[in-house]
Structure formats: structure tokens, C-alpha cells
Design a protein around this ligand. Structure first.
Ligand SMILES: [Zn+2]
Length: 163
């Protein structure tokens, strides 16, 4: 499953609406918990869709360098890239065959897809790869409300300074 706070869901929706009718994409930064079963997302890291112009309404591509940048930026907070997101303008929030073949080869990540019918973000669904990478399987999206709960907690315990 993937846990996201409502602020991040709003950010993804805004990004998806802003790039419509093109696909948007970004990385999800956080931590993997429960022995790999849960991805806890703390930040979104929007990146540019680098797919060739003219095809960005139904294709997207994330530069490997963007993964490296995000990893470097968040490593000192003990966080890493645990997933990515992209939008499907005028299509359902279901990964395509193209996504399966090109999106990313890591069964440890979450793949969030947001549908944007008519320019307005609608469904947000999340998927993970089967271990053999043959297909995507839908995973549960848990919306977390942040108010010093589990998200704030780990930020503070690292240096012991409770606010
Ligand atoms: Zn897609």
C-alpha cells in the first residue's frame, strides 16, 4: 500500500491539471516500511516530461538524472524515491502497456496514476509491479492527515528535538 497525505494528493492534482492536455510526471519521496509492504510518501518531486514533443498527451518519460537528483537531495533526511506519478489526460487512471514496458523496472516502487478528464483531475490510483514485472497490480491508497502524526514524528526523533 501507499500512504500519502492530502497535501501531496492536492499537489499531484494541481500538477496534472497544469500540464493538461499533456501528461505530467514526478517522483514520490519517502520511506519503505513494514518489510517492503508500505510506502510512506513525504514529498512529491515534480519533474519534466522529457518525452518527445507532440507525443506528451499520451506518453511520458522521466530522466534517470532526476532520480539521482532526488535521491541526493533527500538522502540526508533518510528518505529516498519510493515511487513515481504521472497523469492520464482523458484516460482512466490505469497504467498502459507502454507504462509497463517503459515506466520503470522496480517492483519495490509505487506507480501513481491520476486521470484528468477534460482538464480536471479525478481518480488517483496506485499500482505496483508483480515481482516478475509481467503486470501491474492495484494497491491501496491511504490518505493520511498530517498533524504531528507519523509524518511529523520521524522528522523530529532524528535529533531528539520535540516541538
Ligand atoms: Zn501512463
Amino acid at each position: 500500500m501507499i500512504k500519502l497525505c492530502d497535501r501531496l494528493i492536492a499537489e499531484i492534482r494541481r500538477h496534472a491539471e497544469g500540464t493538461y492536455p499533456h501528461e505530467c510526471c514526478g517522483l514520490l519521496v519517502g520511506r519503505i516500511e513494514d518489510g517492503g509492504r508500505t510506502r510512506l510518501v513525504f514529498e512529491t518531486y515534480p519533474v519534466e516530461n522529457t518525452f518527445e514533443e507532440g507525443e506528451r498527451h499520451h506518453r511520458m518519460s522521466i530522466e534517470p538524472l532526476d532520480y539521482a537528483r532526488a535521491e541526493r537531495l533527500y538522502a540526508k533526511r533518510g528518505l529516498g524515491v519510493v515511487g513515481n506519478y504521472h497523469s492520464h489526460p482523458d484516460h482512466p487512471a490505469v497504467p498502459s502497456q507502454f507504462d509497463l514496458e517503459h515506466l520503470a523496472p522496480w517492483p519495490t516502487m509505487s506507480y501513481v496514476v491520476v486521470s484528468v478528464p477534460g482538464g480536471k483531475a479525478a481518480d488517483i490510483r496506485s499500482w505496483e509491479l508483480e515481482a516478475d514485472r509481467s503486470r501491474f497490480r492495484e494497491e491501496e491508497v491511504i490518505q493520511v492527515v498530517v498533524d504531528g502524526s507519523e509524518f511529523g514524528e520521524q522528522e523530529r526523533t532524528s535529533d531528539g528535538n520535540q516541538k
